[in-house]
Design a protein around this ligand. Structure first.
Ligand code: HEM
Length: 169
């Protein structure tokens, strides 16, 4: 699926070429190029990338911090999966989302190919965990006033991505 970089064809990496993730960001832009779709905006609104529609890195960090704060206070089952000190978890999710949304490549150069499903396999993620994760994320978006087209875009893509992490009934 487009939201996850495990999608076929993106595994190939060649020395001297831009990292997969950067190519993907530009393909996001190309796919929804304003120039080629005169008069119509991409699904996230009149911005080059969802990253810009969201307002950049600080806003994404604020969403992620709120997300983990909500997990801390309201989602003990998810909290129990995370390390006691969740600061690195916060950094990783922020970096991932910045890059995924078309911003600077903060994740891949540091941590390699996201392979998100594989990285989630050590954790028991069932339908309940997916539902709670999405509820916490949605609340974090609400609390950061993320609305309009970019909100619809995120709701759709992040929901699909979250369901791909399910590895238990
Ligand atoms: C569906 C329910 C999900 C659960 C229960 C879950 C849980 C977890 C847990 C327990 C970790 C490991 C702790 C950590 O290193 O932070 C983790 C890591 C991570 N998750 Fe999730 N996650 C879910 C969905 C998602 C989704 C939808 C995304 C992307 C939008 C995501 C992105 C990440 C990233 C980027 C990491 C760090 C991977 C790494 O570099 O080690 N997760 N997740």
């Amino acid at each position: 699926m487009q939201g996850d970089r495990e999608a076929g064809g993106r595994r190939r990496r060649q020395i001297g070429r831009a990292p997969a993730i950067t190519r993907r960001s530009s393909s996001l832009k190309n796919r929804y190029s304003l120039g080629s779709m005169e008069g119509s905006a991409p699904p996230w609104g009149p911005y080059e990338t969802p990253f810009e529609a969201l307002g950049g890195e600080d806003r994404i960090r604020s969403i992620v911090d709120r997300f983990y704060d909500i997990i801390d206070s309201d989602a003990p089952t998810l909290r129990s999966l995370l390390p006691r000190d969740d600061s690195v978890s916060r950094d990783k999710l922020s970096a991932y989302l910045v890059e995924w949304s078309g911003g600077p490549a903060l994740y891949t150069p540091e941590r390699g190919h996201p392979k998100l499903r594989m990285r989630h396999l050590p954790f028991a993620i069932g339908a309940d965990e997916v539902e709670v994760w999405l509820a916490c994320f949605g609340e974090a978006l609400d609390d950061n006033d993320v609305d309009g087209p970019v909100r619809e875009f995120l709701d759709e893509r992040i929901t699909t991505l979250a369901h791909q992490m399910q590895n238990q009934p």
